[in-house]
Design a protein around this ligand. Structure first.
Ligand code: PHE
Length: 345
């Protein structure tokens, strides 16, 4: 009976246990090959009596599907087994490169400035960022209510104290001058890098937090010529030996005389361009001879000693050195910006 044969085959197929590709292929040929069981049964199907055809047809299809499913499952099992045997990791693969990051341009420039001045005998001094009125203003010859206090918009921590010594965020590193002179008698030769704070609207050219480097040199017979020569040395080391300097008279309460120093434009070499607004010059720092009032306020005899001071913005120097157009980029931590400084120094 064809029906029994088919049913037997269905059982048999369900129990096929081929474990290699070859065995599976042999089973496939046995059932689905040209001279295989299926073709044989289909040939016999022609002889089946009409009233049995429907039932036998359904069984034949069931057998065919069973064979096909069995073969598919066996193939999948073998593939899975083989995959399981493959090592998951290739331990011979070289390790992924570790990206090391880079030094922030402001750090690089600060270090370079400190390096340059340390070569002529300046040592690093520091002071607190939260300061008092005395060290930021009064000792630096800003009288109370003096309009010069408005030059630097101050963040106050404690305003309107009875003793007048308000607590505030330092608006410049000149406070470190005072702290150093209070601590130490001349000769004094210090460089004071640090963060300063001003209540200013943030723009491409101004920020409420920025960095300054202060210089102070106090000894007997220190002259304006010493100031000029020291700054010329700095500029040539920092921007190249062909850089020129120019001093313009200016005003700071704590220096007399006071000056602002320009350098010949690093971009156009003094020819005139957009960066220097066609003047050929770029302003880089404020400086002057320390006012005798400041020396006296800090306990130094102004009849015996004299000295010079200067202060510069690190952001500004870095902008000129690396042609950075927008100050905000220093603080945004955009990897695309920072990566440009990988490998600098
Ligand atoms: N403290 C001044 C400023 O912040 C800079 C300066 C320092 C000027 C020392 C003269 C001497 O603008």
């Amino acid at each position: 009976m064809i029906k029994d044969i088919i049913l037997q085959h269905i059982e048999k197929v369900k129990n096929i246990s081929a474990t290699t590709k070859e065995e599976i292929e042999n089973a496939r040929i046995e059932y689905l090959g040209k001279k295989g069981v299926m073709n044989d049964l289909f040939a016999k199907f022609k002889e089946v009596a009409p009233e049995e055809r429907k039932e036998i047809g359904i069984l034949l299809n069931e057998l065919k599907n069973t064979v096909q499913n069995k073969i598919d499952t066996l193939k999948e099992t073998i593939a899975e087994q083989q995959e399981a045997l493959q090592p998951k990791e290739d331990f011979t693969k070289p390790a992924n490169a570790v990206s090391l990051g880079s030094i922030h341009p402001l750090t690089t420039v600060r270090k370079e400035i400190i390096d340059i001045f340390s070569r002529i005998g300046f040592t690093v001094a520091e002071g607190p960022e939260i300061e008092d009125d005395w060290h930021v203003f009064s000792a630096l010859n800003f009288p109370p209510e003096h309009p010069a206090r408005d030059m630097q918009d101050t963040f106050f921590v404690e305003n309107g104290r009875e003793d007048g010594n308000d607590v505030l965020l330092r608006t410049h590193t000149s406070s470190v001058q005072v702290r150093t002179m209070e601590r130490q008698q001349p000769p004094i030769r210090i460089i004071a890098p640090g963060r300063v704070f001003r209540n200013e609207a943030i723009s491409a050219r101004a920020h409420c937090i920025f960095h300054q480097i202060e210089g102070l040199y106090i000894d007997k017979n220190v002259s304006f010529a010493d100031l000029k020569q020291s700054l010329l040395y700095f500029v040539k080391e920092m921007f190249g030996t062909d850089t020129k300097i120019r001093l313009r008279p200016s005003y700071f309460p704590f220096t007399e005389p006071s000056a602002e120093m320009d350098i010949s434009c690093t971009i156009c070499k003094g020819e005139g361009c957009n960066i220097c607004k066609h003047t050929g010059w770029l302003e880089i720092l404020g400086c002057g001879m320390v006012d005798p009032n400041v020396l006296e306020a800090s306990g130094i005899d102004s009849k015996v000693y004299s000295g010079f001071a200067f202060g510069m913005g690190v952001e500004r120097i870095a902008m000129l050195k690396y042609d950075v157009k927008d100050l905000r980029q220093y603080f945004e931590n955009d990897i695309r910006f920072l990566n440009q400084f990988a490998g600098v120094i």
